[in-house]
Design a binder for this molecule. Structure first.
Ligand SMILES: *Cc1c(COP(=O)(O)O)cnc(C)c1O
Length: 386
């Protein structure tokens, strides 16, 4: 059976052109970029070329890019690095209630270490209100971290405006842009950010590699201690194939972005319309317009997300409920609760995320089969028959 993968927000396949670009760096060009001999020089050149490509894509300078092992490390690095380096100035940190666990957990860790944490609520669309950020700021605030777009409901946050507020007050501003880099335009100056996290496996690059953009002049401690790689900012031997692959993936996204955004948002809107028309008692989660081009998230009343996922899986369709990282726990997603859904409605959520290899036929198939799955499950549901 042909599989229809609609979980691109969890991870993307590595583009075959990316794999081709990476291949030479496993055997022929395997050198350690820190070595001074020829093998080392070749690897070092590849790393610096990749840094240039990634920096230019973000509107940053090459020396402002630090390579990491992914989005989680970049977020931990940003929060802990800035917090501990600026303890002298203040101890207050602001995040939103819908951040990824890779921001929430380091923030809570810092709270245990004596920092004060404000977690801002969001409206029913998942939007952070910039005036709430302004009100939360005190003379002790040293860092604000608000994600660029949410991984579950796709809402795109007013980062530019929040950045302006942070800049005026001289407070460092970090954004988790793991869901946006490669998918919608991301420019560090336009967004007014000081730090920005990205991860290659969310934009058709390999898993286990990412980067943190750190604006020149930002006071930050290193997160990973060891050798003096990355000008002493991040230890460990460079993942040369991964870094080369990430740069190639960025290049491909840059070339195709306009076209992909247009195609995916067309399919997204078609799928949203068809679900709203053909299934009663559903609500769209996230913002109707300020939304990632590839994200569809619904609450389907009276049934469970997990049952829908398993039934769709048998029909060859991969979707997700809540976030892939939390679906093993029984708690409904913190994002869906933050936008005001009851735990029951939150449990009936389903997310379809589209990507480079999604076709019109794929979406037509889901439009045909998904209402049947819902009908079947509702017939079995005691909540529905009451
Ligand atoms: C996937 C994801 C992360 C984690 O990135 P990894 O590279 O898997 O560690 C962080 N934030 C967001 C918004 C994500 O979607």
């Amino acid at each position: 059976m042909k599989r229809i993968y609609l979980d691109y927000a969890a991870t993307t396949p590595t583009d075959p052109l990316v794999i081709e670009a990476m291949k030479p760096y496993f055997f022929e060009k395997f050198g350690n970029p820190s070595s001074i001999h020829s093998e080392g020089q070749i690897a070092r050149k590849a790393i610096e070329d990749a840094r240039q490509i990634i920096a230019s894509f973000l509107g940053a300078k090459p020396e402002e890019i630090v390579f990491t092992c992914g989005g989680t490390e970049s977020n931990n690095f940003a929060l802990e690095g800035v917090a501990f380096a600026n303890e002298g100035r203040g101890n207050h940190i602001i995040i939103s209630a819908i951040e990824h666990h890779a921001v929430i957990e380091p923030a809570k860790f810092l709270e245990k270490k004596g920092f004060r944490l404000t977690i801002l609520g969001v409206d029913k669309y998942g939007l952070v209100d910039p005036s709430d950020v302004k009100k939360a700021i005190t003379d002790k605030t040293i860092l604000i971290s608000i994600m660029h777009a949410n991984n579950e409901i796709g809402t795109i946050e007013p980062i530019e405006e929040i950045g302006k507020i942070a800049r005026e007050k001289g407070i460092y501003f970090h954004t988790d842009a793991v869901q946006t880099v490669g998918h919608i335009p991301v420019n560090v100056d336009k967004l007014n950010v000081d730090l920005l996290s990205l991860s290659a496996h969310k934009f058709y690059g390999p898993k286990g590699v990412g980067a943190l953009y750190i604006r020149k002049g930002t006071r930050i401690f290193r997160f990973l201690h060891g050798g003096d790689q990355e000008k002493g900012r991040r230890a460990s031997t460079h993942n040369t194939p991964g870094i080369v692959g990430m740069a190639k993936a960025i290049q491909l996204c840059k070339e195709r972005m306009v076209e992909e955004m247009e195609f995916q948002s067309k399919l997204r809107d078609f799928l949203i319309r068809r679900i709203l028309e053909n299934i009663p008692d559903v609500c769209l989660n996230g913002h109707p317009n300020l939304r990632l081009p590839n994200n569809v998230n619904f609450s389907i009343k009276y049934i469970e997300g997990e049952s829908m996922i398993l039934h769709l899986d048998l029909l060859g369709v991969s979707a997700s409920t809540g976030s892939a990282c939390t679906s093993s726990s029984l708690e409904p997603s913190h994002v869906l609760l933050a936008i005001g859904l009851s735990p029951e409605v939150a449990h009936g959520s389903i997310r379809f995320t589209l990507g480079r290899w999604t076709t019109e036929e794929d979406i037509n198939y889901v439009c045909r089969e998904f209402p049947k799955v819902v009908e079947k499950l509702r017939k079995l549901s005691p909540l529905y028959n009451k």
